[in-house]
Each structure stands twice: as structure tokens, then as C-alpha cells.
Design a protein around this ligand. Structure first.
Ligand SMILES: NC(=O)c1ccc[n+]([C@@H]2O[C@H](COP(=O)([O-])OP(=O)(O)OC[C@H]3O[C@@H](n4cnc5c(N)ncnc54)[C@H](O)[C@@H]3O)[C@@H](O)[C@H]2O)c1
Length: 340
């Protein structure tokens, strides 16, 4: 079987990472790169002299490609992805898939109608630490899940045409959907616009999942410390995934607390909680670059005609949650019910 012929659209900050992976994947041929910027195309030509370069992505349609990878700013995703699907190309599109759920829906419908793969760059769904965390949840080792908490904080990078919710929260929302295998029932969000008027730079998103499991996402472009952390608190154990750690990314804490046996609703009797604090387990997780896994999976889905893990539908779910969270932030932290 011949290799999958791939074109990259958008060679800014993230595009080069995708490009490198498709260049290195044996079953893919990196054929072309398109970027509006003269400077970015110069950079691409220096690194990949044998690859065809264009400024207008529409010129890629003459190159007999099988697939494209879209790493342009989110506001451009819908139109570019639509054009590419209409030209019979499989599409891997960066997060967030679109800025409107209606547009994401149209892309899912179009890819289904054309029988093309539509995949979203939810990189963490291809991350071995996230897979390990899911196994701890699914195996019941943590017990009943009480709540999940996600924090993705740093100083910057401020963006003109996005806000922190749409920039950073897609990662955490996609992780939470993946970990729980469920979609939230309701969402509320609060945010602040500290530096630039009208652009939220700090946001707190609260989601309620089925079986009464709450999850909280805190994202910030305005924090002194870089934090990339997911905490899962269960009735038996607690797990922390700290992506800032080099090796010990996941720690399972055998910690918990039981209410006193004589506790009755509304009254505490003798208020003696039963705390336990046992071993901390650090699983040995083999690191494989998540982006490599993601890119390889895209090629495999094309070749095997299978549905991607981070399919267009998953992308649509995340956009729907972001849209509702944005609405809640704009309207004084209202709680919004999601219908699926
Ligand atoms: N998965 C991840 O971890 C991850 C990380 C960073 C960024 N991203 C996503 O990747 C996408 C790109 O982000 P970035 O930080 O690289 O942005 P960027 O602004 O650095 O790069 C975007 C590039 O797209 C080019 N471009 C814009 N419109 C174009 C068009 N119509 N045709 C061709 N080229 C066009 C620009 O010239 C620029 O070089 C965003 O959706 C972002 O959310 C994902």
C-alpha cells in the first residue's frame, strides 16, 4: 500500500511540531506546507527543502494529497477544513476544532457524507500518563470518584484573537471527557479580564457529570507558576497527574477520610474523622511523544478506515462545552444545562 500523502496548513508555533512528526512517520509522505506568512514559509523551506511550499492553502488541492493537517488560528479552522473536506481530503484539525458548535456539526456531517476521517488534535488523548490515569479510575482502584480538578496555569502566552478558555481549556475538557467516558450535564464558568479589556485571561469552569461527579477546570494566562495538573479524588485513593514532572508524572496517594460512624446528617456527634495516609505509588510509565502517537493514529485511521479516538464528534463535544462556558462567563456565572 502506498504512503499517505500529507499537506500541512499553518507553520507558525505548533505547525512545525506536526510537520516534524509527519516527516518522520514511515507510512506518511510529507508533500507540502502552506502558510500565509513569507517568513514562516522561508523557515519551512530551510528545514524541508524537498517539500512543496505555498502561501494559499487552496493550491494544495492540485497536489494529489490524501490528507491535510490544519494548524492555523482557530477562527480560520472551519472554512479551511470545509474546503479540504470538499476536496476529498482527510482532515486533522487543531484544537479547538471550531469557534461555533454549529460549524463543528457541519464539519462532522460533511466528513460523514464524504466518508472521510475528521480528527481533532486533542493531544492529551494520546498521552500515556492520561491513559494510565484512566486505568486507575476504570479499575476502581481509586474507589468512587468524588471529584476531579484540573489546573493549567502560566504567565502568557496572551493572544489577540482568542481567550484563555478557548486556548487552554480544550486540553482539560478533552482529558476529563476521556477519563470519565461521559459528557457533562451542566456547566457554569467565571472569568476575569485583567490585562486586555474584553479578553478573558483567567477562567474557572465547573462541570457536573452524571452520577453526581463534579469537575473543575482552572485555566490562566496570568499566574506566576507554570502548572499542568489533574487531581482525581476517589473514596479509596487520590491520584495526581503532574505534567510538569519529568518522570514521576502520576502519583497515587493511598489517602482518604471516612466520616465518623456516629455522624448523622446535620449533626456531628463526636467529630472524629477517620483519616488514613498510606503509601504513595508512582507507576513507571513509558514515555512516547503524545503528538507522534496522535499523528500515527491519524494515518492508521485513514489506512484502516477506522474512527479516530479524538474524532470530529469529540471535537464537537468540546466546542459545545466551551461555547456554553463562554455564555455562562458572559452572563454572570449562570448554570447552563447541556443537551446532547
Ligand atoms: N495541541 C496542542 O498542544 C497545541 C499547542 C499549541 C497550539 N495548538 C493549536 O494550533 C493552532 C495554531 O496555533 P499556533 O500557536 O501555531 O498559532 P500561530 O499563530 O503561531 O501559527 C498559525 C500560522 O497559521 C498561518 N495562517 C493563518 N491563516 C492561514 C491561512 N488561511 N492559510 C495558511 N496559513 C495561515 C499563520 O501565518 C501562522 O504562521 C491553534 O488552533 C492552536 O490552538 C495546539
Amino acid at each position: 500500500m502506498s504512503n499517505t500523502r500529507v499537506g500541512i496548513i499553518g507553520y507558525g508555533y505548533w505547525g512545525p511540531n506536526l510537520t516534524r512528526n509527519f516527516y518522520e512517520i514511515p507510512s506518511a509522505d510529507l508533500i507540502a506546507i502552506a502558510d500565509l506568512s513569507v517568513e514562516r514559509i522561508k523557515q519551512a523551506e530551510l528545514k524541508y527543502p524537498q517539500v512543496i511550499t505555498k502561501h494559499d492553502y487552496k493550491e494544495l488541492f492540485d497536489l494529489d494529497l490524501d490528507a491535510v493537517v490544519i494548524a492555523t488560528p482557530p477562527a480560520t479552522h472551519y472554512q479551511i477544513a470545509k474546503d479540504c473536506l470538499e476536496h476529498n481530503l482527510h482532515v486533522l484539525i487543531e484544537k479547538p476544532m471550531t469557534l461555533k458548535s454549529g460549524d463543528a456539526e457541519k464539519l462532522v456531517e460533511l466528513s460523514d457524507a464524504m466518508d472521510l476521517r475528521l480528527m481533532v488534535g486533542h493531544t492529551f488523548e494520546y498521552n500515556s500518563s492520561v491513559h494510565a490515569l484512566k486505568q486507575y479510575i476504570d479499575s476502581g482502584e481509586l474507589g468512587d470518584i468524588y471529584y476531579l480538578d484540573a489546573a493549567r496555569l502560566n504567565l502568557g502566552l496572551f493572544q489577540r484573537d482568542s481567550n484563555v478558555l478557548w486556548d487552554l481549556a480544550p486540553h482539560d475538557i478533552s482529558i476529563l471527557l476521556y477519563l470519565l467516558g461521559k459528557k457533562p450535564i451542566s456547566v457554569s464558568a467565571q472569568g476575569t479580564t485583567c490585562v486586555f479589556g474584553g479578553i478573558h485571561d483567567v477562567a474557572y469552569v465547573n462541570m457536573m457529570f452524571p452520577e453526581n461527579i463534579p469537575a473543575h477546570v482552572h485555566v490562566s494566562w496570568l499566574d506566576p507558576c507554570k502548572v499542568r495538573r489533574i487531581t482525581v479524588v476517589g473514596s479509596k485513593k487520590m491520584a495526581v497527574y503532574n505534567d510538569m514532572e519529568n518522570e514521576q508524572k502520576i502519583k497515587i496517594y493511598d489517602k482518604g477520610v471516612d466520616a465518623p460512624p456516629d455522624y448523622t446528617n446535620g449533626g456531628f456527634g463526636e467529630f472524629h474523622c477517620n483519616y488514613h495516609s498510606g503509601d504513595i505509588t508512582i507507576p513507571n510509565i513509558r514515555f512516547v511523544e503524545p503528538l507522534r502517537q496522535e499523528c500515527q493514529h491519524f494515518i492508521d485511521c485513514i489506512v484502516n478506515h477506522t474512527r479516530p479516538i479524538s474524532s470530529g464528534n469529540t471535537g464537537l463535544e468540546v466546542v459545545k462545552i466551551l461555547e456554553v462556558a463562554q455564555h455562562s462567563m458572559n452572563n454572570g456565572h449562570t448554570s447552563e444545562v447541556l443537551t446532547w
